[in-house]
Ligand binder design. Sequence first.
Ligand code: GRF
Length: 203
Amino acid sequence: KSIVILISGRGSNMEAIVRACASETWPARIAAVISNRPGAAGLAFAAQHGIATAVVDHKGFASREEFDAELQRVIDGYAPDLLVLAGFMRILTPAFTAHYAERMLNIHPSLLPAFTGLHTHARALEMGCKFVGATVHFVTAELDHGAIVAQAVVPVFAGDDEASLSARVLKLEHRMYPQAVRWFVEGKLSIADGVVGQLDGEA
Ligand code: GRF
């Protein structure tokens, strides 16, 4: 299976997936890492690991539709079976999400459906949440919705701030996102009525 990963910045989740794909025996390869920001730090890591990289700078396009159309053209040049969003900070058009329906994953740093959108950890702290977490989900036209593939939780400790909490959740993300991508490429995920089932029943 061929995987294309989209990033906008640091790319630590992309890095975790690249490392897991290389060190475990996945029936998959990372065909390309594509960023909408030319300066994304993750591009250097991908290039150093011999992965093709590309930039489609959203600033060069008059509309979301035009940007997404060009992004789709570049992505499809790598003929991916799976598109992985890893800190890709653009809202996607319905045409784009429809094109990759049931073959595009995202990770969101909250326990969806709670805290969609930005600043999830600050909002969870404000609410006095005792547990937070992360969610891997299939991407649909509605932001941070779509069938849930995996969720995991961490406790919130007294004295946590946004930085300490996001660091704890990010560590969790680095374990769960590669695992979820692996399930996909091994053909273990199925969607029925908008809900993901796992063919081997493992949680
Ligand atoms: C992660 O917290 C992810 O959940 C969110 O954006 C962040 C990306 O971090 N979607 P990185 O670029 O993978 O380091």
